[in-house]
Design a protein around this ligand. Structure first.
Ligand SMILES: N[C@@H](CCC(=O)N[C@@H](CS)C(=O)NCC(=O)O)C(=O)O
Length: 209
């Protein structure tokens, strides 16, 4: 999702050859994916002879290579750029708070879900979102008044949350930024159509409560 956001903002998505993989058919373990990314994870990205698989590294590469195209995704001023790098790398902490929830839900049968464990994971996620809400207080975007790469990545976490029954009302600054960013072409292109057209799933019900 985030890879599409970045490519779209640079005006590169429309003509970008791509293949969606179906995890339920283990297509992420197919030879063409493994050739690009031996970890068998997506996004797997190739530009000419350059292969960049981690989505944050890919975002940085795209911005450096195609800086003059589409939206500027990093501040040109190096001091302001440092703030964007900080938030970008700090996304690993946000990822570490959310990923275990999805891993657990995908691996656990509905009837075996341990409510206490879910509450504990939600608590960790709440603390992390509290922090990001604080970063956005009084600002439109994470780096002030300019939309930058970490805003795109934060959007993908927030749309995942809100499309799966999570509630953003607890974090007003996060919610305001999410609503602003969701109007961007990158957000429109990267959000799975089924999330736009269907009511949210209940998978993350309780998150944000
Ligand atoms: N470091 C990679 C991790 C990507 C990743 O975890 N992708 C997930 C889908 S969102 C995946 O392919 N999971 C399949 C697996 O790990 O087997 C990134 O952030 O781009």
């Amino acid at each position: 999702m985030a890879a599409i956001f970045v490519l779209s903002e640079k005006g590169l998505w429309k003509d970008c050859p791509n293949k969606r993989v179906d995890f339920s058919k283990a297509e992420h373990r197919a030879a063409d994916v493994l050739k690009l990314n031996p970890r068998g994870q997506v996004p797997a990205f190739k530009d000419g002879e350059v292969v960049v698989n981690d989505v944050w590294a890919m975002g940085l590469y795209i911005e450096e290579k195609y800086g003059d195209k589409g939206t500027r995704l990093l501040p040109t001023d190096v001091d302001k750029r440092a703030a964007a790098y900080q938030r970008l790398i700090e996304m690993t902490s946000l990822d570490a708070a959310i990923r275990p929830i999805f891993m657990y839900l995908f691996k656990t049968k509905q009837e075996d879900i341990d409510k206490a464990h879910m509450t504990e994971m939600f608590h960790t996620a709440h603390e992390e979102f509290d922090r990001w809400n604080g970063y956005l207080e009084g600002k439109s975007y994470l780096c002030g008044d300019q939309f930058t790469l970490p805003d795109a990545f934060l959007y993908t976490a927030l749309v995942t949350l809100s499309s799966n029954g999570g509630n953003l009302d607890r974090w007003p600054s996060l919610k305001a930024s999410y609503e602003l960013v969701s109007k961007r072409q990158g957000a429109i292109d990267c959000t799975p159509p089924q999330w736009k057209d269907s009511p949210p799933s209940n998978m993350l019900k309780g998150l944000g409560e």
